[in-house]
Design a binder for this molecule. Structure first.
Ligand SMILES: [Zn+2]
Length: 288
């Protein structure tokens, strides 16, 4: 009996009886406010309809963001695969290319957003920002964001096409109202063994969030897992992962659905190690 742990000596028999009846009835704040209640898990907490006292949960150690670039039509499948596992991803789209061959339609994008995924900006038509004069730079980033917002998307975060970024591009992304922007480089992987395993939380530079470079068609599940394991081993942090097309043998920047599924199943099971999946907006916050 849980009440056996109560310091009975300090309570009169009447008080003690009252306490027991309160505990059994799910009575006043007593149960969860006393040390005894907190220590024993209390009968009151188990009662349905009783608001639980907010538990201070430990913040997750490793945050994995699954990002999908370029608004490819196969992202309908990718979003569904994530959703099936209770995960939400971030889809960086080029608003100017929506509806073209092999690209998402506006309708499909709206459906992806409706399932809880984040929609972020990736310029109007995938421009290499470091090669543009200021007015074109602004159009590529601001007009893209405005277009996404007109479609009802919040567009909180941004991704630089090709990971190409300079001071002017970051200044413009900020000016256009984004909260943060992701690159495609800077974290540890097979091509950069000395890079850190994770981005810091909050990011060291929210206008140049680091990531391992994009997965390509011969990136094995083993290598995807290794990035997560490295992140966990380093003590956690933010690990944005970059996918493009999700289909079989459909180009250099593609991942077969089977491979993605296998990785996602494995990733879902890392939850008990403090590893969780969050959208980029959730991971970095902010935006207007
Ligand atoms: Zn891209």
């Amino acid at each position: 009996m849980k009440t056996a742990k109560l310091p009975r000596a300090a309570l009169g028999p009447l008080t003690s009886a009252l306490l027991v009846s309160l505990l059994l009835s799910g009575g006043p704040a007593l149960a969860s406010d006393t040390a005894a209640g907190a220590a024993s898990g209390t009968a009151a907490e188990a009662k349905p309809g009783k608001p639980k006292k907010p538990q201070k949960s430990k913040p997750p150690k490793t945050i994995v963001s699954l990002t999908f670039d370029d608004g490819d039509a196969t992202h309908v499948l990718a979003a569904r695969m994530l959703g099936k596992r209770g995960m939400r991803g971030t889809f960086y789209v080029n608003s100017g290319n929506l509806g073209e061959d092999d690209r998402l339609t506006r309708r499909q994008l709206a459906a992806i957003a409706k399932s809880g995924h984040e929609i972020g900006g990736h310029t109007l038509d995938h421009a290499r920002l470091t090669e543009l004069p200021p007015d074109e730079l602004r159009a590529q980033i601001c007009d893209d964001r405005k277009a996404l917002m007109r479609m009802g998307h919040r567009a909180t975060t941004f991704a630089y096409p090709y990971g190409a970024v300079n001071a002017e591009a970051t200044r413009t992304a900020r000016l256009c109202g984004y909260a943060a922007a992701r690159t495609t480089w800077g974290l540890r992987q097979w091509t950069c063994r000395n890079c850190p395993a994770t981005e810091t939380v909050p990011p060291l530079d929210r206008w140049a969030i680091r990531a391992p470079s994009s997965f390509v068609e011969d990136t094995e599940v083993r290598q995807m897992k290794q990035l997560v394991l490295n992140a966990e081993k380093a003590g956690g942090g933010l690990l944005p992962l970059i996918f493009h097309r999700v289909c079989d043998g459909c180009g250099l920047y593609s991942t077969p659905p089977d491979r993605l599924g296998e990785f996602l199943d494995w990733l879902a099971a890392r939850k008990n190690r403090g590893t969780v999946v969050r959208t980029m907006a959730e991971a970095v916050g902010g935006g207007r």
